[in-house]
Design a protein around this ligand. Structure first.
Ligand SMILES: [Zn+2]
Length: 310
């Protein structure tokens, strides 16, 4: 069975062709926020067709097209319900006709963090574990759960998927979602850029000369004992750790999976969050293990492949 899986990210879009649960080929493209969604979908169609042809797959061999989308989605009707700044015009887009018209294939949509969680549950570090929590850390922050082998949806498809928007500080920063002091509005990459750029200590910091303001830059500067980088790193790690404790209290997982490009600095992140969770999470049965996802780039693609086959 051949499926095409798409992970529409805030900064990068990944497209993969999967055959019998193996990744045949993939492509990673920059996501342009300026393009209209229709233009984005036309580009996506071309990327998929090029990938199929490069991997000698005929259009009519495609079973399903799976889209991991950064926002709230209605998985029964395959629609985008609500977006968070990015891809606002995706609401109302007829994905079903797009997949059927181009490849005569079925279509599945899922929230991107949920898709990554499914990938890790079926093929990655969460394999065989039916109670999972995952935090995805990137342009935004996702927080999702699997309870007793089931995804949580709720009345409006938003249960178990908004862990990045749990309130962490009621005096905090306004988030794109409308809330104040979310995990995302305190510790996502978009917020980190603002925190660095507006900081009064920036002039004397290594971060003032950095071309890219992301977690990799921050952790590298912190390793060199840069005072501002250490302060901001501590702020971010405490925020993420408190967010993880909130999700542990809400969902009772066996393990917590941390996911995203930021995990290149897993050696600094995992021990900090594990220690915080050991000290502060109320889990009388034992300690929740904090682990890194087995794949930074492909978890969501494998998750969408699984959904296309189920
Ligand atoms: Zn929020």
């Amino acid at each position: 069975m051949i499926n095409v899986a798409i992970d529409l990210g805030g900064t990068r879009t990944k497209v993969g062709i999967l055959k019998e649960d193996n990744l045949l080929g993939y492509s990673i493209e920059d996501s342009s926020s300026q393009d209209s969604f229709t233009v984005s979908m036309e580009n996506l169609t071309n990327i998929i067709n090029r990938l199929l042809s490069n991997n000698s797959v005929n259009k009519n061999e495609v079973n399903g097209i799976g889209l991991a989308f950064p926002g709230l989605v209605d998985v029964k009707n395959n629609k985008v319900i609500s977006t968070n700044e990015k891809y606002n015009s995706a609401k109302g887009y007829d994905f079903y006709s797009w997949a059927e018209g181009n490849w005569n294939a079925k279509f599945k949509i899922e929230n991107d963090a949920r898709a990554a969680l499914i990938g890790e549950w079926q093929f990655g570090i969460g394999k065989g574990i039916d109670n999972l929590v995952m935090m995805t850390i990137g342009t935004g922050i996702g927080g999702v759960c699997l309870i007793e082998g089931k995804l949580l949806y709720g009345k409006h498809y938003q249960a178990g998927v908004l862990g990045g928007h749990f309130t962490i500080d009621y005096n905090g920063t306004k988030c794109n979602c409308g809330n104040i002091g979310c995990v995302e509005s305190e510790a996502s990459t978009w917020r980190l850029k603002e925190l660095i750029t507006n900081h009064k200590m920036l002039d004397g910091s290594l971060l003032a000369k950095a071309e890219i303001l992301d977690y990799e830059t921050l952790f590298n500067a912190a390793r060199k004992n840069d005072k501002l980088a250490i302060d901001l790193m501590n702020h971010s790690l405490n925020t993420l750790a408190a967010g993880v404790v909130n999700m542990i209290h809400a969902y009772d997982p066996e393990i917590v999976i941390l996911h995203g490009g930021v995990m290149k600095s897993a050696d600094m992140i995992i021990p900090f969050i594990q220690d915080y969770v050991n000290k502060h999470a109320w889990t009388p049965w034992g300690k929740v293990k904090i682990v890194q996802s087995s794949s930074i780039d492909y978890s969501a693609l494998f998750g969408m492949n699984y959904l296309c086959n189920s």
